[in-house]
Design a binder for this molecule. Structure first.
Ligand code: NAI
Ligand code: MG
Length: 345
């Protein structure tokens, strides 16, 4: 059972890129099988009012992990519908780590002018179950000119400590903790206290601290200075789009939502359903493929994961990629080109 992966392709470009990911893993001929839940999408939600049923959740529970495309559709409010799926899975399985690597795809796709600073190779470790996205808060005098809308940021000692410990566990050189403790008082103090304790537990790792505004500036100025960047849910959301762009663009960025204790994980490209290009067959499949590489790593196939990443880089170097990376290939052609490279090795 643990070798069965639940696949949730979702909406928009989600199914287009998820297909390339499953085809590529299948082509490797490993002991992994897929249980595809392709009815979890906006069409089903519009028809039935339910985004993901108890039955669906049972199927996901029986699987050894999830490969996710993207959800979101202009016809439905994402605060209700998308929350119901992705945030529900994150909370249901307590996937408190959002691990988002950013490694330069090719010199040509870097937006940075200075070649010496282009070689970004870092991981943003984003806290995934607390912070600003819990839905705690409310509206006073809604719809009037006196409306007050409040979203509260939740930080717990357990939640902050465990994400910091995870960050140290994946550090190769250093960990940089990012917060806004100079302005966000209560949560800031908790992050600072947990950080001091986590640093004391790992005196072998080099550490630094930045406020989030300075972190954004420093990441653009010289991303090569960073190894692991650990931060809360909302800052991690924002900074990881920034690091994705530095590495080759949002279409190429991968992530895993993870509970390190249970080992349960959900792998997904960082991008959304991209309604502006959905159906055109031009979505970049690399974010989904690099997410599949993360899946291969966690299922004991590190050699294949490395080969897949190398194959991706070789096709991009040869210009055999989708328009967002300067190529002319379709999603399916780009996926096929990567598989051809992969199987040739
Ligand atoms: P988005 O990531 O879908 O698109 C942002 C921009 O990047 C668009 O111009 C899009 O064309 C481009 N892009 C995205 N993926 C690409 C790919 N694979 N290849 C080439 N270009 C790509 O973010 P946006 O527009 O803010 O959100 C669209 C919908 O997706 C919304 O409903 C949103 O809620 C949802 N969403 C879902 C996520 C998920 O399922 N994990 C994450 C982010 C957004
Ligand atoms: Mg985001």
């Amino acid at each position: 059972m643990m070798n069965t992966i639940a696949v949730i392709p979702g909406d928009g470009v989600g199914p287009e890129v998820a297909r390339e990911a499953t085809e590529t893993v299948t082509a490797l001929g490993l002991d992994l099988t897929f249980d595809v839940l392709d009815h979890i999408n906006a069409d089903t939600y519009l028809e039935t009012g339910v985004a993901m049923s108890e039955d669906d959740l049972q199927r996901v529970r029986r699987a050894g992990g999830v490969l996710f495309g993207a959800v979101g559709d202009p016809r439905v409010s994402s605060t209700g519908y998308a929350r119901d799926i992705l945030l529900r899975l994150r909370f249901e399985f307590d996937l408190y780590v959002n691990h988002r690597p950013a490694a330069l795809l090719h010199d040509r796709v870097s937006p940075l002018r200075d070649p010496a600073r282009r070689a970004i190779d870092l991981v943003v470790v984003r806290e995934n179950t607390e912070g600003l996205y819990l839905g705690v808060g409310g509206v006073l005098r809604g719809g009037t000119k006196d409306e007050v809308a409040i979203d509260e940021e939740v930080n717990t000692y357990l939640g902050v400590s465990r994400i910091l410990d995870y960050a140290f566990s994946v550090a190769r050189r250093s960990v940089c903790m990012v917060d806004k403790s100079n302005a966000v008082r209560h949560g800031g103090q908790l992050w600072q206290r947990c950080w001091c304790e986590a640093v004391a537990r790992r005196p072998d790792v080099e550490t630094s601290h930045l406020y989030v505004d300075a972190a954004a500036m420093n990441l653009v100025a010289d991303p090569t200075r960073f190894d692991v960047v650990v931060t809360n849910n909302s800052y991690g959301d924002i900074l990881s789009d920034l690091t994705a762009q530095l590495a080759g663009g949002i279409g190429s960025a991968a992530s895993v939502n993870l509970n390190p204790e249970t080992g349960f994980a959900l792998f997904e490209p960082v991008h959304g359903s991209a309604p502006d290009i959905a159906g055109k067959g031009i979505a970049n499949p690399i974010g989904a493929l690099e997410s599949a590489a993360l899946l291969l790593d966690r299922h004991g196939h590190s050699g294949e994961a490395r080969a897949l990443r190398d194959a991706v880089r070789r096709t991009v170097a040869a210009g055999r990629c989708t328009p967002d990376l300067g190529g002319t290939l379709t999603t399916a052609q780009a996926g096929a080109a990567i598989r051809a490279e992969l199987l040739a090795t």
